[in-house]
Design a protein. Structure first.
Lengths: 152, 179, 375
């Protein structure tokens, strides 16, 4: 499927998805409540068949917290990027996709560890790199640590 | 290193001249010869410097001709711990536990810029320990990122010189070093 | 008369216990802690604990300029250091819309492939050593020294080079480069037959690896296992074929795919890949076009605001670099999609049901480098 057909298909599935112009891949910003249902359809439908989630990134955009999913189909060779964001910086939470793509289990633990975003229904959400009793989430823009960080 | 320099130990000469007991100095010399020529290291490599340590043990720059015959996997059987690689906050208690498990006399070589002082990871990071001497006392520092295998061999030779200075009268004790 | 009371005796064979293959272990290839839950000798489940070499590289990248970041990427997966550098350089060049000269593309491709051979040589020697064959360690490192000599002659360092910069190379290659590489290929073609004699045909090695640690193709795709580990299960994921970069679209080489998915298949994929890399180098080494070794770039590189993603085929899998830029000279967010992180997530799944001794063989065949997992 080329990008035009994919765009129509996705907008047909989730009409309130926001298409982002001028990006390297076909990119949509979707409401967090639609994430799991859309991801399930993306993986299971025959003509979409996005079975390879190759990158799951968490970003701190000072006012919002965003998670970006880069996925590809091994059969049809098309790629797609989905973004979800939330303004809630105290208790951000999204639905997990690790029941659909098993690679998400480790990636979501990394996002929780470094940015503090929780994932609902994750089987084992705990810190992966830092110690269990580490305070704070280092990749956030407002993270300060006078003891450990030496500023240049 | 020139062989004349390797055999030159001013402190040892001074001690001998100042009249140490002949019998004890001979026994010291035998012990020090034994200890310095068969230092067995612990397998401990965290990151990139570990590859250069492996290369120093391989066929081209052979470790074994300096007496470092085998790597011991267990800290109870090792003499020296060559800290090759970055030490981070999570790894520091593990390193301290390994060091405590080694039995005296034990030595530490800090290999690579990360172990000496934090290296390229000095600024702007929250998890790196800037120098392994914040955790355990170090005998020899080998700089480089990564140091060549020849540099590690030079470090080992310096350690051998240091070992030759020990005597039975003032045996090396880690309590002195940690004070 | 006292009655003998029959107390229920716990069957020790059925109890599960945990052992710790701790951060310091000869065969975990770095500082990885595996808490293995065993029943007798059978592995029931496995939990990897990472973070013992987590240096916070992604946080450091937010304060470093793009040429400085190249030096940090060297130290992530240090065995394919050039390929990591290549990813960041290509991303910056694409964002600034700079076209590098053909000479640069040819040299970068040749050096990437030499790096891939060196990385597979080190994999082979530690794989043999973990299974007990110490000779492999010496053979592999002896031949790897020849490649490191070529690197040292041209760029001055053995392991971590930072030779690629955005816009081209740091300096031109040494005049002896082409001859040294051609001599190396002739030498290594003979030596790789020794590797096969020593380990591939060895009955002990085959018994220990055939049928062990099977990863199906659907699981490989779902876990995101790329590189030789994924291709051993039939997952066609070679970025050099699917999204070509450099001059990979001008050379002929095969993508090695095996379908059994066991440890032996992953082993054979890497052995064949060394042959394919030599084939690629032979096609390119005599045809390096003359020209500049670099394009003049500004002193301070500011990427235009936006998102950029670059994928390359590192020695262990697909490396992805994602940059979110806000127009400054440092990235706002930089993320490295590390191949070893996804490969490790499959370790639990494929080692269940096997023996603890198989765990060492499986770990060696997945070939993970821990600083790349922890970044």
């Amino acid at each position: 499927m080329n990008n035009e057909q994919l765009k129509e298909r996705i907008l047909g599935l989730v009409p309130d998805a926001e298409f982002q112009e001028n990006k390297q891949f076909l990119t949509f910003l979707i409401p967090p409540a639609r994430l799991h249902a859309l991801a399930q359809k993306l993986r299971d439908e025959e003509d979409l068949a996005f079975d390879f989630l190759f990158c799951l990134t968490g970003v701190d955009l000072i006012k919002q917290l965003m998670v970006i999913y880069h996925m590809e189909s091994t059969r049809h060779k098309h790629q797609l990027v989905l973004k979800v964001q939330t303004e809630d910086r105290l208790n951000p939470a999204f639905d997990t996709v690790c029941d659909l793509w098993k690679t998400a289990e480790f990636h979501e633990r990394e996002v929780y560890d470094l940015l503090g975003i929780r994932f609902n229904n994750h089987p084992d959400l705990r810190r992966i790199f830092l110690d269990e009793d580490w305070k704070g989430h280092p990749l956030r823009k407002d993270y300060t640590d006078e003891v450990n960080i030496v500023e240049l | 290193m020139k062989e004349a320099d390797f055999r030159d130990n001013e402190t040892l000469e001074l001690f001998k001249k100042s009249g140490g007991n002949i019998l004890l100095t001979t026994i010291d010399a035998i012990f020090d010869w034994g200890r310095s020529n068969s230092i067995w290291p612990l397998t401990f490599a965290t990151s990139c410097c570990g590859i250069e340590m492996m290369a120093a043990g391989a066929a081209r720059h052979d470790f074994a001709r300096f007496g470092i015959e085998v790597y011991r996997a267990s800290p109870r059987q090792a003499d020296v711990i060559v800290v090759a690689g970055t030490i981070v906050n999570k790894m520091a208690p593990v390193l301290k536990r390994l060091y405590d498990q080694m039995s005296d006399p034990k030595y530490v070589i800090a290999m690579g810029a990360c172990a000496v002082s934090g290296g390229p990871f000095f600024y702007n990071t929250y998890h790196v320990i800037r120098g392994v001497d914040h955790v355990i006392p170090v005998d020899v520092y080998v700089p480089g990122c990564p140091p060549r295998p020849e540099a590690l061999l030079y470090g080992v030779m310096q350690l051998q010189r240091k070992i030759k200075l020990e005597t039975m009268r003032s045996p090396r004790s880690t309590d002195d070093l940690l004070r | 008369m006292k009655e003998v009371v029959n107390l229920p005796v716990k069957n020790i064979e059925e109890e599960e216990y945990h052992i710790n293959m701790g951060p310091q272990h000869p065969s975990t290839h770095g500082v990885l802690r595996l808490v293995v839950s065993l029943q007798g000798e059978i592995v029931k489940s496995l939990k990897p604990h990472c973070g013992y070499i987590h240096r916070g590289i992604e946080k450091m990248c937010e304060k470093d300029t793009y040429p400085q970041i190249i030096h940090l990427t060297d130290r992530m997966d240090y065995l394919s250091a050039h390929i990591n550098n290549h990813a960041v350089c290509m991303l910056v060049e694409k964002a600034l819309e700079v076209e590098v000269p053909e000479r640069v593309k040819y040299i970068r491709t040749i050096i990437d492939e030499l790096n891939r051979i060196a990385s597979h040589q080190l994999w082979w020697c530690s794989f043999g050593m973990d299974m007990g064959g110490l000779t492999c360690f010496f053979y592999g490192l002896r031949d790897r020294e020849k490649i490191l000599d070529i690197f040292e002659e041209s760029f001055g360092s053995r392991l971590l080079h930072s030779y690629y910069t955005p816009g081209g190379l740091m300096m031109d290659i040494h005049p002896n480069f082409q001859k040294s590489v051609k001599d190396f290929i002739v030498y290594f073609r003979k030596k790789i037959k020794d590797y096969d004699d020593l380990l591939t045909g060895n009955i002990i090695m085959q018994e220990r690896t055939k049928g062990v640690g099977i990863l199906s193709k659907e699981d490989a795709v779902s876990y995101g296992v790329t590189g030789p580990s994924g291709r051993g299960s039939g997952f066609s994921c070679d970025v050099r074929k699917n999204h070509p970069y450099g001059v990979y679209d001008k050379v002929e080489f095969n993508e090695i795919l095996m379908h059994e998915g066991d440890t032996f298949a992953r082993y054979m994929v890497r052995m064949h890949e060394m042959h394919e890399s030599m084939k690629i180098i032979e096609q390119l080494i005599d045809n390096i076009p003359a020209g500049d070794y670099s394009v003049k770039m500004k002193a301070v590189l500011k990427l235009p605001a936006g998102e950029y993603f670059q994928r390359v085929e590192a020695a262990r899998g697909e490396l992805g670099v994602y940059v979110l830029s806000d127009g400054n000279k440092t990235p706002f967010r930089m993320k490295f999609r590390s191949p070893n992180f996804s490969n490790l997530s499959a370790l639990d799944h494929i080692s269940r049901g096997g023996k603890i001794a198989d765990l060492v063989a499986i770990g060696g065949s997945l070939d993970y480098v821990i600083p790349d997992i922890d970044r």
